[in-house]
Design a protein around this ligand. Structure first.
Ligand SMILES: [Zn+2]
Length: 233
């Protein structure tokens, strides 16, 4: 048996294994499993980000409260106002000053209220996301069980095919087998494609004439476009 025939025999059996892999990869159970897995992988990062945001908002609120209290304290300056006025101080000056303090307090109060709203929103967002994470953990376990069940259904057939392939591989050179397997890892299938006149039968690409000439002498070439191995029988 020629090397080419041995590889083609191998590919014929591998086709069944490939079909099983495709079926598993496309199964609803796996899609759900991967979706939940991805969600749970990024969840801690998002929870951390929300926590960092909450902490910085709290610090901001504390500093605003402090500012508010300090401003409020300046009102004490007006305690001795009666004395000052009766001593001939300009009442207009104190009126203006009092108005300034009042405006500042009003502004700080508004800022604080706004900040409290943001804090509440962030807290609600955190709680909601935490619930989603807990729900996703449950869904993830369920999906993993389902996916494993689907996988184990195919396990017997898969093992049989792998045993057959191991047997068929004995007729193939190590070099050719490695090349085939590396392409298989890239999820290309079929890997071996028959030449169609001067074209790749898989993607239809015109093959360089120098390569086609090599083909006629029984060699194999690679398609530059789809990276399949082209052969001629
Ligand atoms: Zn091609």
């Amino acid at each position: 048996m020629t090397q080419l025939q041995a590889i083609l025999n191998y590919q014929e059996v591998d086709k069944e294994l490939y079909a099983i892999e495709r079926e598993l990869a496309g199964s609803e159970a796996r899609k759900e499993y991967v979706k939940m897995k991805k969600f749970l992988e990024v969840a801690p990062e998002k929870l951390d980000a929300l926590e960092t945001k909450a902490n910085s908002l709290k610090a901001e609120a504390a500093s605003l409260s402090e500012k508010y209290e300090k401003t409020e304290e300046t009102i004490k300056d007006f305690d001795s106002l009666d004395e000052l006025i009766s001593g001939g101080a300009d009442i207009a000056f104190y009126k203006k000053k009092a108005q300034l303090v009042f405006d500042q307090l009003k502004k700080l109060k508004a800022e604080l209220n706004e900040l409290i709203n943001v804090i509440n929103e962030t807290s609600a967002e955190y709680q909601k996301f935490k619930k989603q994470v807990i729900a996703a953990q449950k869904l993830y376990r369920e999906a993993a069980d389902k996916y494993n069940a689907v996988k184990s259904e195919k396990e017997g057939t898969r093992k049989e095919l792998e045993a057959k392939l191991a047997e068929l591989a004995k007729d193939i050179s190590t070099e050719a087998m490695e090349k085939y397997k590396s392409k298989r890892k890239e999820k290309l299938f079929p890997i071996m494609c028959k030449v169609n006149d001067k074209r790749c039968s898989f993607c239809g690409m015109d093959l360089p004439i120098v390569d086609v000439n090599r083909l006629t002498s029984g060699g194999m070439i690679e398609c530059d476009s789809c990276h399949r191995i082209i052969y001629k029988e």
